[in-house]
Design a protein around this ligand. Structure first.
Ligand SMILES: NC(=O)c1ccc[n+]([C@@H]2O[C@H](COP(=O)([O-])OP(=O)(O)OC[C@H]3O[C@@H](n4cnc5c(N)ncnc54)[C@H](OP(=O)(O)O)[C@@H]3O)[C@@H](O)[C@H]2O)c1
Length: 234
């Protein structure tokens, strides 16, 4: 993989945690086709590549918590966030020794007691008053808000400051509209998909982005990292 911006040099997967390391912030990591599709036949798997997987792992390596919509957790059969020995060593060297929490966000509270992610540290974010299955509530910590600003504050109260939203588009749209997203890390796959779900739904207004870094990998995979410029209303 070749880093093109902000400097030009070859990078290996082992270099990527340093390239993608970040301070307290909420970033989103997505893969999309060149024409903006985020899923093919209901999942993102067909859009991914070796380079995308390497960045996906690096984003997880540096993060305190992965935040995901309950729909994506169901559609993509999410398990707990686990790190390779190399990623665990990077985390230990950077004082990030606690396991990475998975934060599942749901309006309905509809989480299966068989969900694989229940085998790891999970925080379930649901609105006040929504009932949770007793078998599920026994295995998760529950946060009673899905308001973006309140959710980020509740995670910070638990020491979770570097947040990675892995999807899906409904959740990302809410977080962007709520003014809490600092960065978009987007892999563009060399594929045109046509009619398929897109990255974002309706926003209250366009958001300015600033390119932070760009990398390239054969055959035609672009890995971009964008800062979301804060508007005065955020
Ligand atoms: N290309 C990529 O990188 C990528 C990444 C992630 C997902 N995807 C794809 O995206 C598709 C799923 O899209 P989606 O928009 O349905 O996913 P999503 O954002 O995960 O949203 C679906 C569900 O998540 C919960 N949710 C989302 N936003 C919420 C909010 N603001 N507050 C409370 N709960 C919220 C709700 O769960 P409840 O129904 O439980 O209330 C909602 O029904 C799948 O095909 C998946 O493969 C692609």
């Amino acid at each position: 993989m070749r880093l093109l911006l902000p400097e030009s040099r070859e990078v290996t997967p082992d270099d990527l945690p340093d390239v993608y390391d970040v301070g307290p912030s909420l970033r989103a990591g997505f893969v999309l086709s060149a024409d903006g599709a985020i899923a093919v036949d209901g999942t993102s798997f067909a859009l991914s590549s070796a380079a995308d997987k390497a960045v996906f792992r690096a984003l997880r390596t540096v993060t305190d918590a992965v935040v995901v919509g309950a729909g994506t957790a169901r559609d993509e059969d999410y398990g707990p966030v686990r790190h390779s020995p190399a990623a665990a060593a990077w985390r230990a060297a950077h004082d990030r020794t606690t396991p990475t929490t998975l934060v599942v966000v749901s309006r309905s509270g509809r989480v299966s007691a068989q969900a694989r992610f229940l085998d790891g540290p999970v925080l379930l974010a649901v609105p006040e008053g929504v009932p949770i299955d007793a078998d599920v509530s026994a295995r998760v910590e529950i946060v009673r808000t899905v308001d973006p600003v309140e959710l980020v504050a509740a995670l910070a109260d638990r020491g979770l400051h570097r947040l990675l939203c892995e999807g899906g588009p409904s959740l990302l749209t809410s977080l962007l509209a709520g003014g809490v997203v600092d960065e978009l890390c987007l892999t563009t796959a060399p594929l045109a998909v046509g009619d398929a779900p897109r990255l974002l739904g309706a926003l209250p207004g366009a958001r300015d982005l600033r390119l932070l870094s760009l990398a390239y990998d054969d055959p035609g995979v672009l890995l971009s990292r964008w800062a979301v410029v804060r508007s005065t209303g955020d």
